[in-house]
Design a protein around this ligand. Structure first.
Ligand code: ASP
Length: 315
């Protein structure tokens, strides 16, 4: 085993009601997290770069219909999946992001294309979709992204006249799948480099054109070899107003904080505003932190001992 490798992935944080998460359903989530993290870990051990691994892990999470990204993304007020994604390379602080895209099958791959193939960091809407076509990135019909559960969830949110987090129990259907969120991955590779990626459909019944924290570098995503890699999930407006991901970095570099206290302090600022959610983070030393202030967070990780772990609730 290469002892420098570390990995963490998430499938969103929120109110994950134990009463409605049946054992069969929970197994389905756990299996998906274990499968995706296991494949990512094998790639890291085989020498893949952290950047390649976080992109592939997020692609796999985007394909899993019960998470709010790619196929199965939540829907906006028009009943359309408008997706956000970002990726950052800790070696160089190169970053790419897209917001409000409707056609790329894997928005995270489009974010990477923006990072590597354009002189920009963030492309939005129609122009971003057009860039996907220009780059030859796989696209899908808007119907591909919509699942029956998400359509029902959006209808309920519209009926209540609310914009909701997909895991908000007041305005969603009884299916616990509705309560899962944004996806993300952070990794440290065999050479000690860090990377982070995040992808989401955003919030149910959001106004068309709304972008959350996920495509905002420094809010939902950050990676820098000097400090840490971070991917966030939760009520995006509060994460933007807290510059959550950059705040973790800043507390470490300017304040000398360790990863756990940097994450707790940064998440505390989100909570001070009334925001809920969580984050996954790995630092340059290989420490891992997975804090959240909601009831649960779908997560899987591999630390120094090389053991793959999966968790939804605390403990
Ligand atoms: N952070 C995402 C957003 O606000 C939502 C989520 O994490 O579930 O767009």
């Amino acid at each position: 085993m290469n002892s420098r490798c570390r990995l963490a992935i998430h499938g969103g944080a929120g109110v994950i009601d134990r009463a409605t998460l049946t054992p069969a359903r929970e197994t389905e989530f756990r299996f998906a997290l274990a499968r995706i993290a296991g494949a990512a870990w094998a790639s890291l051990q085989a020498g893949a770069s952290a950047l390649d691994v976080v992109e592939q892990a997020v692609r796999d999470l985007e394909d899993f219909p019960l998470f709010n990204a790619g196929h199965g993304a939540v829907l906006n007020a028009d009943g359309v999946a408008e997706m956000d994604a970002s990726i950052m390379d800790g070696r160089s602080r190169a970053a790419g992001a897209v917001a409000g895209v409707r056609t790329p099958k894997h928005p995270v791959t489009l974010a990477r294309a923006v990072m590597e193939g354009s002189e920009h960091v963030l492309l939005v809407g129609e122009g971003a979709d057009r860039y996907a076509a220009e780059c030859g990135i796989e696209q899908a019909d808007p119907a591909y992204f919509i699942t029956a559960e998400r359509a029902e969830q959006q209808k309920l949110a519209a009926l209540s006249g609310r914009v909701t987090l997909d895991h908000d129990p007041l305005y969603i259907g009884p299916n616990p799948a509705d309560r899962t969120g944004t996806v993300g991955a952070v990794a440290r590779d065999a050479e000690g480099h860090l990377a982070a990626a995040t992808s989401t459909g955003g919030m149910t019944n959001k106004h068309p054109g709304r972008a959350g924290d996920t495509p905002i570098i420094g809010a939902g995503t950050w990676a820098e070899d000097q400090s840490c890699a971070v991917s966030a999930t939760g009520h995006g407006e509060f994460f933007i107003r807290s510059s959550l991901a950059f705040d973790v970095h800043a507390r470490m570099v300017y304040g000398g904080a360790d990863l756990a206290s940097a994450c707790a302090g940064a998440l505390g600022r989100v909570a001070d505003l009334g925001g809920s959610g969580g984050l996954i983070a790995i630092d340059r030393e290989g420490q891992i932190a997975l804090p959240y202030n909601s009831e649960g967070m779908y997560r899987a990780w591999v630390g120094a001992d090389g053991h793959l772990q999966v968790a939804i609730y605390a403990g």
